[in-house]
Design a protein around this ligand. Structure first.
Ligand SMILES: NC(=O)c1ccc[n+]([C@@H]2O[C@H](COP(=O)([O-])OP(=O)(O)OC[C@H]3O[C@@H](n4cnc5c(N)ncnc54)[C@H](OP(=O)(O)O)[C@@H]3O)[C@@H](O)[C@H]2O)c1
Length: 247
C-alpha cells in the first residue's frame, strides 16, 4: 500500500477523483496512477464516455475502478458522489477547472461567476464532502490541482486567476483547520501548459515545443509524493514547471 500512514490496512482503500476527461489529461492519468498503486478509483466528471474509457483501461490493467457522472458545481451531485463511494475513501482529488481567458472590460458577469463556480466553489463542495467522510476516521488526503494562476494575476485571465487563487487559499485554510484532525490537504501548482490532449487539440503544432510542456507523469508523481508523505512530515504544496519556464 502506498501511504506510510496506511500500512496494515486490510480492505482496499478508495480514491475519488473529479475532473476526469480525455486519456491524455491530468485527471485520467491521476486515476490510472493511483489504481496502479492499489486504490479502488471512483472516476468522476461530466461525460460518461470519457469516464468509461478510463475505467475500462484500469480494469484491463488489473485495477479496480467505477465511474460516477457528476458536475463539480452541483452540490447534490457531489454529495451523491461521496455517498455512492461509501466507506474507505482515503484520497480525494479535485482536478476540475479549465482555463477561462477573457478581458475584464468585455466580460459578462455570468462568465466570471461560472469560472469561479467550477474552479473554486466546486473545490469547496468537494473538500467539504471529503472532510465529512474522513474526519470521523481521523485520516485521509485531499489534493487540489492548481495552476500558474493560483499564485499571480495576469492580463487576460482575471476570471481564472482569481478563482484559482481562491481555491488555493481555501485549500490552505482546510489544511490548517483539519490537519490537527488527521487530514492531509495539499495543493499542486501546475505552472505551465500540460503536454496533453487539451493543449494538442487547441494548438496543433504544440508537439514541436515539447520541452516547454509539462510532462503529465511528472505532475502525477507530485500527487503520489504528497499522498505517501509521513504524517509527521507533511507538505501543503508542490509546484512543478519545465526547466524552460520563466517564472
Ligand atoms: N492543461 C493545462 O495546460 C493545465 C495547465 C495548468 C493547470 N491545469 C489544471 O489541470 C486541471 C485539468 O487538467 P487537464 O487540463 O489535463 O484536463 P483533464 O484532466 O484532461 O480534464 C479535466 C476534465 O474535467 C472535466 N470537468 C470540467 N468541468 C467540470 C465540472 N464542472 N464538473 C466535473 N468535471 C468537470 C472536463 O471533462 P468533461 O467536460 O467531460 O466533464 C475536463 O475534461 C485543471 O485544474 C486545470 O486548471 C491544466
Amino acid at each position: 500500500m502506498l501511504s506510510g500512514q496506511h500500512i496494515g490496512t486490510m480492505s482496499m482503500l478508495k480514491a475519488v477523483i473529479v475532473g476526469v476527461g480525455p486519456d491524455r489529461g491530468l485527471g485520467a492519468q491521476l486515476c490510472k496512477r493511483f489504481a496502479r498503486e492499489g486504490l479502488d478509483i471512483i472516476v468522476s466528471g461530466r461525460t460518461q464516455a470519457s469516464l468509461d474509457a478510463v475505467v475500462a483501461d484500469i480494469e484491463r490493467a488489473g485495477g479496480k475502478a467505477s465511474s460516477f457522472v457528476a458536475d463539480a458545481t452541483d452540490e447534490a451531485d457531489i454529495v451523491a458522489l461521496f455517498d455512492n463511494a461509501g466507506a474507505g475513501v482515503d484520497l480525494a482529488i479535485y482536478n476540475a477547472g479549465n482555463n477561462t481567458a477573457g478581458d475584464i472590460l468585455e466580460m459578462d458577469a455570468g462568465y466570471f461567476e461560472n469560472s469561479w463556480r467550477v474552479v473554486c466553489f466546486g473545490g469547496f463542495l468537494f473538500g467539504r464532502e471529503a472532510l465529512r467522510r474522513m474526519v470521523p476516521g481521523k485520516r485521509g488526503t485531499i489534493l487540489f490541482t492548481g495552476a500558474s494562476a493560483s499564485l499571480r494575476g495576469r492580463a487576460g485571465y482575471g476570471a481564472f486567476n482569481s478563482a484559482k487563487a481562491g481555491l488555493r487559499t481555501l485549500a490552505q485554510a482546510m489544511a490548517k483547520e483539519y490537519g490537527p484532525a488527521g487530514i492531509h490537504v495539499g495543493h499542486v501548482v501546475v505552472d505551465g501548459a500540460v503536454d496533453g490532449d487539451k493543449i494538442h487539440s487547441r494548438f496543433p503544432d504544440a508537439g514541436s515545443h515539447r520541452e516547454r510542456l509539462l510532462d503529465i507523469e511528472g505532475i502525477v508523481e507530485c500527487y503520489a509524493f504528497l499522498y505517501r508523505q509521513h504524517r509527521r512530515a507533511w507538505s501543503f504544496e508542490v509546484d512543478v514547471r519545465t526547466s524552460m519556464e520563466t517564472w
